[in-house]
Design a protein around this ligand. Structure first.
Ligand code: TYD
Length: 232
C-alpha cells in the first residue's frame, strides 16, 4: 500500500516487475497511454533512474567499465537511486493525486541483489524500506517469462546486454523463481501474468486490474457519506 490505511495518499502507485526481456517497458507505456486517454494524470517512470541523479546512478551501475562493483555497493546504488526517485518524483506525484507507473521498484532489488547476488532478501528489503520511507506500490504487475525466452527477446534487439543482463542463465533462472515466490506470497498486492501472452491481451488484463485498484482507492480516499439518519 502507498501508506498506512489511516492516511492513504490520493494517487495510485503501480509497479511493473519481471526478468529482463519480459516486456515490462512496453506494458508500462501501454498502461500509461490508456490511463491518459481516460483523463488521468499519469507519471511514467523507471528504475534505476527517474531523476537527474538517478540517471547518473543508472549509468554507474549498469554500464560495463567502472571496475569491480561488489554486491553491497550495487545494492546501495540501486537503493540510492530509489530514494531520490521516491523523494523527488513518486511521493510528490502521489500527493497530487497522480497515477504513478514505474518500470521496476523494490521487488527488483529484493530479487536481483537479495537472491541473485546472495545478499539476502530480508536485508535488501529492509534497506529499501529505509530508502523509501516505507512506500510500497498499491499494485505490482509481474510479467513472468522464463530465462531462455527473456534472453532470446533481449538479444533480438539492437542494444548490447548491460551488466545485469549479461549474467548467465542460472542467475536469470533464480531471478525468475524469486519474483514468483515474492508475488505468490502476496496475492493481494501482485498480479502475475504470463509474459508470453499477446501484448494486447496483457494490456487489457493490466488495465482491468488497475481500474479495480482505482475504484478501491477512491472508496478509501473519498468514502461515501453515511446515509442520512444512520449514526455511527
Ligand atoms: P531495465 O531498466 O529493466 O533494463 P532495460 O532498460 O535494459 O530493459 O533494468 C536494468 C537492469 O537493472 C536489469 O537487469 C535489472 C537490474 N536491476 C537490479 O538488479 N536491481 C534493481 O533494484 C533494479 C531497479 C534493476
Amino acid at each position: 500500500m502507498t501508506s498506512s490505511p489511516e492516511t492513504p495518499l490520493p494517487g495510485l502507485f503501480v509497479a511493473f516487475e519481471g526478468g529482463d526481456g519480459a516486456g515490462k517497458s512496453t506494458q508500462a507505456r501501454l498502461l500509461a497511454d490508456a490511463l491518459r486517454n481516460a483523463g488521468h494524470e499519469v507519471v511514467l517512470t523507471r528504475e534505476p533512474g527517474g531523476t537527474a541523479i538517478g540517471e547518473k546512478l543508472r549509468a554507474l551501475v549498469l554500464e560495463h567499465g567502472h571496475g569491480e562493483v561488489d554486491a553491497r555497493t550495487e545494492a546501495l546504488i540501486f537503493a540510492a537511486s530509489r530514494a531520490a526517485h521516491v523523494e523527488q518524483s513518486i511521493r510528490p506525484a502521489l500527493e497530487r493525486g497522480s497515477l504513478v507507473i514505474t518500470d521496476r521498484y523494490i521487488g527488483s532489488s529484493i530479487v536481483y541483489q537479495g537472491v541473485g547476488r546472495g545478499l539476502g532478501a530480508d536485508a535488501v528489503r529492509d534497506l529499501n524500506v529505509w530508502a523509501t520511507d516505507g512506500l510500497w506500490p498499491d499494485l505490482t504487475v509481474l510479467l513472468d517469462v522464463d530465462e531462455a525466452e527473456g534472453r532470446a527477446r533481449r538479444t533480438a534487439g539492437e542494444a548490447a546486454e548491460d551488466r545485469l543482463e549479461s549474467e548467465p542463465d542460472e542467475f536469470h533462472r533464480d531471478v525468475r523463481a524469486a519474483f514468483r515466490r515474492l508475488a505468490e506470497a502476496r496475492p493481494d498486492a501482485y498480479l502475475i501474468l504470463d509474459g508470453r501472452q499477446e501484448p494486447g491481451a496483457l494490456a487489457a488484463a493490466i488495465l482491468a486490474a488497475v481500474t479495480r485498484a482505482l475504484e478501491a482507492r477512491s472508496a478509501v480516499v473519498h468514502p461515501a457519506p453515511h446515509p442520512a439518519g444512520v449514526r455511527k
